[in-house]
Design a binder for this molecule. Sequence first.
Ligand SMILES: C[S@@+](CC[C@H](N)C(=O)[O-])C[C@H]1O[C@@H](n2cnc3c(N)ncnc32)[C@H](O)[C@@H]1O
Length: 208
Amino acid sequence: MSRSKPTTDLKPYFQTLEDLEGPFNWNNFFGNDNPVVLDVGAGRGLFLFNSSGANPDKNYLGLEIDYREGRRAATRLLKADRPNARVLGGDARIAFDKFIPESSISEVHVYFPDPWWKKRHHKRRIFTDVFVRQVTTALKQGGELHFWTDVEEYFERVKNLMDHASQFAHRDAPEEKRPEHEMDFQTSFERKKRNEGWKIHRGLWELL
Ligand SMILES: C[S@@+](CC[C@H](N)C(=O)[O-])C[C@H]1O[C@@H](n2cnc3c(N)ncnc32)[C@H](O)[C@@H]1O
């Protein structure tokens, strides 16, 4: 993982938690009051890129602990001139704790988080009971939590956590379609995993 300093020419598309002070004021951050969507572990930013283009009336913020990946995602957004999308370098768990105001987020998306296969490493997974509490605090009423993974055991664990989160209602995830174009997958990992033939488990919950 690369934690080297960001190149400043990517500002404001890429900034790090160290560069900023929390909690954010979204109007100052994005320059408008449009709904804010978070992508936790944004990777190379395909979701940010496609969704910010398709929904110019929403603001997108990717949280990415690997600065090199985050810069790559931000470069894509800079080249496409997407004023409604940004990447924040740093640990999403710290971002939720210190930077994201309560009841201010419309959607949280978690796509293919690192599975940390070994049981003794499961505590390093991003999606834990603490994370559910952080997302509950961050989301507005009616806000959505999207979670996709190819790891069945991780999905079952998340379903179990969400079954116990009484503030959330389970909703049907959108129907799975195979995009015609390789750039139209939801994320780079979706493209990779589906091309390898893996089944994708998809969950959607709404904050009541
Ligand atoms: C397997 S990749 C998936 C990337 C992307 N969501 C996709 O579907 O293509 C998981 C990503 O989560 C990032 N990540 C892991 N832990 C994180 C954390 N605590 N905060 C922010 N990003 C994290 C990793 O650096 C990596 O880019």
